[in-house]
Design a protein around this ligand. Structure first.
Ligand SMILES: *[C@@H]1O[C@H](CO)[C@@H](O)[C@H](O)[C@H]1NC(C)=O
Length: 335
C-alpha cells in the first residue's frame, strides 16, 4: 500500500468515526436508550371518539380537537416511579385556547388525595409560540400550585421533540430533548405534597378557552380545526403496580442504573442556562402568592433577576394588580 493510499484511507476512517460520533451525540445529551412501546402495548383510547388515529406500525398516534370533542389516551398500567417520555409535535398556526397535556395522575382512584406530575402546552395566537407549563401535586395538595412556565428554544409545532418525566422516590425531573428544565427534590418539609402513589400516564388535547391564553382573552377558533397533536417514541419505563399492593417489587423492575437517580453536573449547567433564559413564571418567586416560598424552593439569583426584568409586577417590588390564577383539569366527562 502506498503512503498516499494509506493517507486516504486514514482520512476516510477518521471521517466515518467523526460521523458516528455526531450521529450518537455527546454522551450527556444522548438518549437513555429505553425501549419504545407501540400504542397498543402501553396505552388505550380514553375519550374523543374517532379523534384518536394510529399511524404506520402503531408506534405513532395523533389526537385531535374539533368542534365536537377533544381526545385523549391513557396508559394501561399504573406506575410507581420510572421514566416516561413521548416525542410530540404540536399543532401549528393559530392555537389560542388549545391545551395539550402529557401527564401522570391518580385522580380517578384517589379523589381527595391524588398525585399529579404535569407537562401542559398552552396554545397561542398566530405568530406567538406555544408555552410550556409544568406542575406537581401530591396527596391532593391542590391548594398549593407549584406551576412553572417557560418558552422553548425552538418552535414545538415545527417538528417532534422529546418531553420526559423522571420520577423516583427522591426526585422529579422534567426534560425537553434530554435537557432537564426542572428538578423537584423531595424534602422532608414537603411531606405528602411529593407525589408518592402509583399513577397512570395521560395525553389529551382539549378546549381551555376560558383560561389558557391571556386568561381567556383568546378563545379556540374552530375555523382552524381540527387541531392535531402527534405522538411517537412512547417510553413507559416504570414499575407497573397494582394500586393497592404496591412497593418492594419495584426495586427489581427499576434496578439502579436503569433510570437516572440524579442529574449530572453537566446537565445541571444546561438546566441553569435554560431556566435563566426561558423561564417566564415560577411559583417560588411569586411573592404576592407566597410570602414565604414553599419549602422545596431553592432560590437562584439569576433566575430571580430574569423573572424580575420580564415581569416586575409579579416578581419585583412593584404593586400587583390582583389576577386570579386558574388551574383546571378538564375531566374526560366534561369534554
Ligand atoms: C394526605 O392527606 C390526608 C387528608 O388530607 C391526610 O390525612 C394525610 O395525613 C396526608 N398524608 C401525608 C403523607 O401527608
Amino acid at each position: 500500500m502506498s503512503a498516499s493510499w494509506s493517507l486516504v484511507s486514514l482520512l476516510f476512517f477518521a471521517c466515518c468515526a467523526l460521523l458516528a460520533v455526531l450521529a450518537v451525540g455527546s454522551p450527556e445529551s444522548s438518549n437513555l436508550d429505553l425501549p419504545v412501546v407501540s400504542f397498543d402495548e402501553g396505552y388505550a383510547h380514553l375519550f374523543g371518539e374517532d379523534n384518536l388515529v394510529l399511524h404506520g406500525d402503531g408506534k405513532s398516534v395523533h389526537l385531535s380537537l374539533d368542534e365536537r370533542t377533544g381526545s385523549g389516551f391513557v396508559s394501561q398500567d399504573l406506575y410507581l416511579h420510572g421514566f416516561f417520555s413521548a416525542s410530540i409535535k404540536l399543532p401549528a398556526d393559530y392555537t389560542a385556547g388549545v391545551v395539550v397535556a402529557f401527564y401522570m395522575s391518580n385522580g380517578d382512584i384517589f379523589e381527595k388525595t391524588h398525585d399529579e406530575i404535569d407537562f401542559e402546552f398552552l396554545g397561542n395566537i398566530r405568530g406567538k409560540d406555544w408555552r410550556v407549563q409544568t406542575n406537581v401535586y401530591g396527596n391532593g395538595s391542590v391548594g398549593i400550585g407549584r406551576e412553572e412556565r417557560y418558552n422553548l428554544w425552538f418552535d414545538p409545532s415545527d417538528d417532534f421533540h422529546q418531553y420526559s418525566i423522571l420520577w423516583t422516590n427522591a426526585l422529579i425531573v422534567f426534560y425537553v430533548d434530554n435537557v432537564p428544565i426542572r428538578e423537584v427534590k423531595r424534602t422532608k418539609a414537603m411531606g405528602g405534597d411529593f407525589p408518592s402513589k402509583p399513577m397512570t400516564l395521560y395525553a389529551t388535547i382539549w378546549d381551555a378557552s376560558n383560561w389558557a391564553t391571556n386568561g381567556g382573552k383568546y378563545r379556540v377558533n374552530y375555523k382552524y380545526a381540527p387541531y392535531i397533536v402527534q405522538f411517537s417514541d412512547l417510553v413507559l419505563h416504570g414499575c407497573a403496580v397494582d394500586p393497592i399492593e404496591h412497593s418492594s417489587a419495584c426495586d427489581a423492575v427499576l434496578p439502579s442504573g436503569s433510570i437516572p437517580y440524579a442529574i449530572t453536573h453537566e446537565q445541571k449547567v444546561h438546566m441553569e442556562n435554560f431556566r435563566k433564559r426561558h423561564m417566564t413564571y415560577s411559583y417560588c418567586y411569586d411573592r404576592a402568592r407566597y410570602k414565604v416560598p414553599p419549602p422545596e424552593c431553592v432560590l437562584n439569583a439569576k433566575e430571580a433577576e430574569h423573572l424580575r426584568s420580564s415581569d416586575p409586577v409579579t416578581f419585583g417590588q412593584g404593586k400587583r394588580r390582583f389576577v386570579k390564577r386558574r388551574h383546571r383539569r378538564a375531566s374526560a366527562t366534561s369534554m
